[in-house]
Design a protein around this ligand. Structure first.
Ligand code: HEC
Ligand code: HEC
Ligand code: HEC
Length: 150
């Protein structure tokens, strides 16, 4: 990872956090000893076009679509280990819950599904582990990476 792939936006994000938009949805403290996840809307205060694109995407509905909720209900109904079954689905469809533990999706942030701040604070991936991510929510936002440029 090159230096240019990481931006420190502490002061910018502080401004967003004290704005009415940023304060609308408190994020759960992360268990990594790092910062908190920020709601997509707070990113949208500056990244408006990106927010609009994401809002209309399957990522934004990944954990609230009726197809998903119905399949989840059936899966859990049939599973012997209901917690493991829920974890298996929810960790992928609402991955901020890996850190927040909010498997019942009580927090608005969890219901954002594959949200901006999940993707942009993944520090590393190790496919030997489940889940494979090194998660570092906080003011440092990651990406784009040079290996994605063609
Ligand atoms: C207060 C305004 C503001 C907020 C809020 C904000 N950003 Fe940014 N962001 C910026 C600015 C300014 C840049 C630098 C743009 C550049 O380098 O061209 C940037 C850059 C980025 C980049 C790197 C883009 C690149 O091309 O290198 C990413 C990724 C990013 N932001 C993600 C996020 C995410 C995710 C959130 C919400 C958790 C967020 N930002 C919230 C202003 C903001
Ligand atoms: C599924 C993971 C994922 C989600 C969700 C996501 N992004 Fe990104 N985003 C990426 C990746 C990967 C790239 C780099 C693409 C590339 O390098 O071509 C990127 C690129 C960016 C960039 C820099 C490129 C540009 O065109 O300016 C910004 C800024 C950004 N995202 C902000 C956001 C914001 C704000 C949200 C939510 C509204 C969001 N992203 C949601 C994965 C994600
Ligand atoms: C490894 C990650 C992963 C796991 C685990 C996972 N999913 Fe998914 N799921 C995805 C992805 C990625 C898609 C989008 C696939 C596509 O559109 O081609 C998806 C799509 C879906 C869809 C279609 C969504 C729609 O609205 O059309 C349903 C329903 C669904 N998953 C249910 C579940 C359930 C229930 C579980 C748990 C038993 C589960 N998934 C586990 C990654 C995962």
């Amino acid at each position: 990872m090159r230096d240019r792939s990481v931006r420190t936006l502490g002061s910018l994000l502080f401004l967003a956090a004290v704005s009415p938009l940023g304060a609308a949805t408190p994020a759960q403290p992360a268990s990594s000893g790092g910062g908190k996840y920020m709601p997509a809307k707070s990113c949208g205060a500056c990244h408006d076009a990106m927010f609009k694109t994401w809002s209309g995407s399957a990522h934004a509905r990944s954990v609230t679509s009726s197809a998903y909720l119905e399949t989840l209900r059936r899966t859990i109904e049939q599973a012997q280990d209901k917690k493991a079954a829920r974890e298996a689905c929810v960790w992928c469809h609402a991955p901020t819950t890996i850190l927040t533990g909010d498997l019942d999706l009580q927090q608005p942030l969890s219901r954002e599904g594959i949200t901006c701040d999940f993707c942009h604070t993944v520090a590393a991936v190790n496919l030997e582990r489940v889940p494979p991510f090194d998660l570092k929510p906080g003011p440092v936002k990651r990406g784009p990476f040079e290996y994605t440029q063609v």
